[in-house]
Design a protein around this ligand. Structure first.
Ligand SMILES: [Zn+2]
Length: 264
């Protein structure tokens, strides 16, 4: 039996006792393993994931990520790589983060938005999916109580669970639930409160995608459900936290305009 399963037995029993459901059967190393193998798959498939190899542009986005991950609520800074890679596809307005913190951003997103605060809001949201371990949480739920019971009574081997876990690969890992989306928005907001950017920047992103439809959004909406609630929730957060209206400085419009002009 894998050692992480033994460690998780206590969690399984806790689940039975409390019936809370908020457990993750997998150790953090599983998020790291999944992320590294997903990242390797992406690099092996430049047809589906064409890299946008521009070191200056990548550095610019990475600098924003590095500012966000300095927020005290980011627990896996230094444990997850939180490394940005840009993908060349102007028709895809999306970004995603694998479990374990490999961040991918499409040129379509970079070109569609107008300031750093918006990009920071989206990046914070992606970082939160990795931080909150949404993929392995969902894997735990989908493995189901029966499997958890079998593990607890010793009738399921670590190998079987590993095989079941391996079934959740590719984009399936990134199919976020509505709850995951809302939690990622909430955490992104908190992270951004520790930066100089306006923490409501993701609102501009919601506005952009609301007005569009068609294939450029298919992938976005398949991994990031966009209920109207996310807009009202962000507005409520701005109000509750007494956030001042955005300024030129807190939006970072000027540096972003220069960055956008540099994109090919
Ligand atoms: Zn999301």
């Amino acid at each position: 039996m894998h050692s992480f399963l033994r460690i998780s037995l206590a969690c399984v029993l806790a689940l039975f006792l409390t019936n809370c459901g908020a457990i993750n059967l997998f150790p953090v190393s599983e998020d790291q393993r999944l992320g590294a193998s997903f990242d390797a798959e992406i690099r092996k498939d430049p047809k589906q994931y064409p890299p946008y190899a521009d070191p200056a542009a990548t550095r610019y986005v990475q600098t924003i990520v590095d500012s966000i991950t300095k927020a005290p609520q980011v627990r896996y800074r230094g444990i997850f790589p939180y490394r940005v890679q840009l993908l060349r596809d102007d028709a895809t307005i999306n970004a995603f983060c694998t479990p374990g913190g490999y961040i991918y951003v499409y040129t379509g997103l970079l070109k569609a938005i107008d300031n750093e605060a918006t990009l920071a809001g989206v990046l914070g949201h992606e970082i939160a999916h990795a931080e909150r371990r949404h993929s392995t949480n969902r894997m735990t739920t989908q493995l189901g109580l029966q499997t958890l019971t079998n593990i607890a009574i010793g009738s399921t081997s670590g190998r079987e669970v590993q095989l079941a876990a391996n079934a959740f690969t590719g984009l399936g890992l990134l199919q976020n639930s509505r709850n995951d989306e809302e939690e990622a928005d909430a955490y992104s907001f908190t992270y951004l409160q520790h930066t100089h950017w306006y923490p409501g920047g993701i609102l501009f992103f919601f506005e952009k995608v609301k007005g569009r439809s068609g294939s450029s959004l298919d992938r976005l909406l398949s991994t990031h459900p966009l209920p109207e609630d996310r807009i009202t929730q962000t507005q409520a957060r701005l109000q509750d936290a007494n956030i001042a209206p955005p300024t030129d400085a807190s939006l970072g419009e000027r540096p972003y305009a220069a960055f956008k002009r540099s994109l090919r």
